[in-house]
Design a protein around this ligand. Structure first.
Ligand SMILES: C[S@@+](CC[C@H](N)C(=O)[O-])C[C@H]1O[C@@H](n2cnc3c(N)ncnc32)[C@H](O)[C@@H]1O
Length: 214
C-alpha cells in the first residue's frame, strides 16, 4: 500500500509519528528518560499500580520495551503482550529477549480482537495516539469485562504537555488531557474512571471496563 492509499489515516501509515519513533528508536534508551530511574520509580509505586501474579496485560506503546521485562516478572504466570506501531521501536523491544509477545499494531485502528486482557497499560504513550477516541474504543475491546485501563506517566499532565510543545515536530501537539477531563473522555468507550492522580511527578488514570463483551 502506498502512503496515499489511506487518506483517512486508518492504518496509521500516514501518521508522521511512525517515522519519528523509528528514527529515535536506536538511541531511545540513551537519549530518552533514564531506564534505571524509570524502573526504580515503578518499583516504588508497586502498591498503587496493582500488577500481581496471574494478570494478563497488554502494554500499548511499549517502545523499546524498557518496562516490559519488569511487567512480565510482576504478573507471571500471567502473560504480557507488548504492542507498538513503530517497527524500529518494536525491533529494539524484541531484542531484549524478555518473556512477552510482541505485536506491531496501531491502537487507533479499530478492529475485532482475538484476545482480551485484565489490564491494558499505556505507559508514556497515550498523548501520542493521534485519535484518542478511537484508541479508547479499541482499548475497551481489548479489555475483559471489569478489566482495567491504566494510563500512566512519571510526570503530571502540565509539565508533560509543556515538554512536548517544546520538542515540536511530529509530537509537538501531542497532548495528555488533565486527569479531571478523563471521566468524560472515557465514558463513550464504556469505561469509568475509578482512580486518578495528576501531580507534578505522576499522572495516573485507572478506568474500568463497564461494558459487556463485544
Ligand atoms: C514516548 S514513547 C514511549 C515508549 C515506552 N513506553 C517508554 O516508556 O519508553 C511512545 C510510544 O508509543 C508508540 N505509539 C504512538 N502512537 C501509537 C499508536 N497509534 N499505536 C501503537 N503505538 C503507538 C510509539 O511508537 C512509541 O514507541
Amino acid at each position: 500500500m502506498s502512503m496515499n492509499d489511506d487518506p483517512a489515516g486508518k492504518t496509521g501509515l500516514n501518521d508522521p509519528r511512525v517515522a519519528y519513533f523509528d528514527h529515535h528508536a536506536p538511541a531511545w534508551d540513551q537519549t530518552g528518560p533514564d531506564p534505571a530511574t524509570t524502573l526504580r520509580r515503578l518499583r516504588e509505586l508497586d502498591g498503587l499500580l496493582g500488577f500481581r501474579p496471574g494478570l494478563d496485560v497488554l502494554e500499548i506503546g511499549c517502545g523499546t520495551g524498557q518496562i516490559t521485562g519488569w511487567l512480565a516478572e510482576s504478573v507471571k504466570p500471567g502473560k504480557v503482550v507488548a504492542m507498538d506501531f513503530s517497527p524500529g521501536m518494536l525491533a529494539q523491544a524484541k531484542a531484549r529477549g524478555v518473556p512477552a509477545d510482541f505485536l506491531l499494531k496501531d491502537i487507533c485502528r479499530e478492529e475485532t480482537v482475538a484476545r482480551r486482557f485484565d489490564v491494558v497499560l499505556c505507559f508514556h504513550s497515550f498523548p501520542h495516539f493521534r485519535d484518542p477516541a478511537a484508541a479508547l474504543r479499541q482499548i475497551a475491546r481489548y479489555l475483559k469485562p471489569g478489566g482495567h485501563l491504566l494510563v500512566m506517566h512519571l510526570a503530571g499532565s502540565a509539565p508533560l504537555n509543556a515538554f512536548h510543545q517544546k520538542l515540536g515536530g511530529a509530537v509537538g501537539r501531542d497532548h495528555l488531557p488533565p486527569a479531571a477531563q478523563w471521566p468524560e473522555l472515557v465514558c463513550a468507550a464504556s469505561l469509568s474512571v475509578v482512580e486518578s492522580v495528576d501531580r507534578e511527578d505522576l499522572f495516573l488514570v485507572r478506568a474500568v471496563n463497564i461494558d459487556l463483551p463485544r
